[in-house]
Ligand binder design. Structure first.
Ligand code: ADP
Ligand code: ADP
Length: 230
């Protein structure tokens, strides 16, 4: 089923300047996995923030599951429940453990303890953090922190997981672990959308690639198609 419908969406940060994004019209199906590739300034983060409901549109409409996500006159919707955004600069609570950091996300939501335990275990497993569950945050490597940020986002069971440059600054081993994690999360039915400026990273997972340039999506295809028609 269709999850997002973007109709002639554009975003201009200051009046008179050219749009950082759009106008773009596109659809995203539930359960898709898409990597968005583009140079710095192409509008990737703007698109992610709009999809997360964290930014006001300048023009157009975004529907999420048949209802408007945000309109030009609407107020900022902070942190839409069904849609989780993992930032590049993961802000994690220090002085606590990996496991507690994940559990924390489920507190105060009326979720039974047993379910909290079960979901936390699943998140640890998915994000390859089981061996590290007792570790303090400040002892983790960049790649481990990245996976913890994803575990924290995933454990709340969003329908859509958006990631801003998840592969940046990771070595080959951490990239491989992360790519497995994203594939597993996708397999479990979550829509996964991530942005990168690195063509190799964008093409590393077999899914859809959208190429962005100057605020527009200029090419869509499989990694093979993108690779052979540069
Ligand atoms: P990318 O993520 O592809 O690097 P961005 O969406 O961050 O692209 O930026 C697209 C354009 O919009 C750039 O020209 C950037 O300078 C501008 N921009 C992004 N965020 C803001 C902002 N908060 N205020 C003003 N301009 C912004
Ligand atoms: P990314 O690394 O994802 O491309 P950017 O470096 O473009 O992100 O943006 C990082 C932060 O700076 C964002 O919060 C964005 O809104 C803000 N920003 C980007 N460009 C501008 C700009 N020209 N003026 C003001 N804020 C900006």
């Amino acid at each position: 089923s269709i999850q997002f419908v973007l109709h002639k969406v554009s975003k201009t940060y200051s009046s008179g300047s050219k749009p950082a994004l759009g106008p773009v019209s596109l659809r995203i199906e539930a359960g898709e996995m898409i990597s968005i590739l583009g140079q710095s300034g192409a509008g990737k983060s703007t698109l992610l923030r709009l999809l997360a409901g964290l930014e006001q549109l300048t023009e157009g409409t975004i529907d999420f599951e048949g209802k408007p996500l945000a309109g030009p006159q609407e107020k900022l919707i902070a942190g839409h429940e069904a849609i989780a955004l993992v930032h590049q600069d993961f802000k994690l609570a220090h002085a606590t453990t990996v496991e507690l950091n994940i559990r924390q996300m489920l507190r105060g939501r009326g979720i039974p303890d047993k379910l909290i335990q079960q979901r936390t275990r699943q998140a640890l497993q998915l994000c390859r953090l089981e061996r590290l569950k007792e570790r303090k945050i400040e002892t983790l490597s960049g790649g481990e922190k990245q996976r913890l940020s994803i575990a924290r986002a995933w454990v709340t069971k969003p329908k859509v997981l958006l990631l801003d440059e998840p592969f940046s600054n990771l070595d080959a081993l951490h990239k491989e672990a992360l790519s497995q994690t994203l594939r597993d999360i996708h397999q479990l039915g979550t829509t996964v959308l991530w942005v990168t400026h690195d063509a190799e990273d964008a093409l590393s997972i077999p899914q859809k690639v959208w190429v962005m340039k100057n605020g527009k999506i200029v090419q869509k295809g499989s990694p093979q198609e993108i690779y052979t028609q540069p």
